[in-house]
Design a protein around this ligand. Sequence first.
Ligand code: PLP
Length: 362
Amino acid sequence: MPKRIFNFAAGPCTLPLPALEKAAAEFVDYNAAGMSLIEMSHRGKHYEAVHNQALDLLREVLGVPDTHEILLLQGGATLQFGMVPLNLRAEGKTFEYVNSGAWAKKAISDGKKVGPTRVVWTDEANKFTRMPQAAELKPGADAAYLHITSNETIGGIEFAGFPDTGSVPLVADMSSDILSRTIAFERFGLIYAGAQKNLGPAGNAVVIVRKDVLAASREDLPAYLAYKSHVPDKSMYNTPAVFAIYMMKLNLEWVKSVGGLAEMDKRAGRRSDLVYQAIDGSGGWFRSPVDKASRSRMNVVFRLPSEELEEKFIAEAGKAEMSGLKGHRSVGGVRASMYNAMPVEGAERLAQFMADFKKRNA
Ligand SMILES: *Cc1c(COP(=O)(O)O)cnc(C)c1O
């Protein structure tokens, strides 16, 4: 068995061992072709099959209806911060954003460079410790779209329920919680996600766009930046991120084999419950800074009584084969990121370690 530790990193994330082993086994000689998949033409039969399977699996596992197109693009979620306003801008319309923290701010910053932009909700005064409730969000009549970040990976907060924005497209950055719960796609005009948290390795972004929103999107853009360019050739307008898409396919096969989206949802609940219980059961020694109703199931952030103890905690956890627990440099503290491939045993190990650590240091 290869050495595998529990990897709580915020992204790129841990991937399932069966997917990694399959990739290793067929890396040098793919399907008896005498060459690696990453050496082949992306227009050849081997890669074409992988590409189509990846798209089909995404649709099947996520439950994406025919009303929505799925695109595989490069540039990560970050390029979507710019592509969304570039493609959805319209005369007399304003881009609307929820400012829920670090990632939302980056999306807002790019929106402002493209056109009139309005922040309709912010919790900055409370240091981004909660998400808005669905009913708090009503788009304006002149809104081009309303943009939300379904899970703030750094702040550790997540939308519980999504707003109904009527005829205004709801746009969501779902980079860090896609494929962890059922999505009512009919509510969303456009969803995007960098793949490297819940879907696969880095190098690939998934965009799921409703066909009416796509039809109304702009064409007066450099070709790659226009969503429409990527439709006719099924996201092969240019050379796609062959290896990243192949790994995503292997990951999705694994997700499907262990029970699909329903099982991912269940595991996310179990893992995060274990760690939140360890926090709540510590009598305030471990402290969650976020509002209970907005607690993220993917990124659990918490504090210890002092920064010295936090450093010690992270170092000792490392020795106990749990890595990636350091909070983002902008906020400090501890962050346990538990994406789809994190076994429930990882969360059990962490919760047990928290209790032991408290006993030794309180
Ligand atoms: C990681 C992350 C991003 C950035 O993704 P890239 O693929 O690195 O561009 C954007 N939004 C959220 C919510 C993220 O977690």
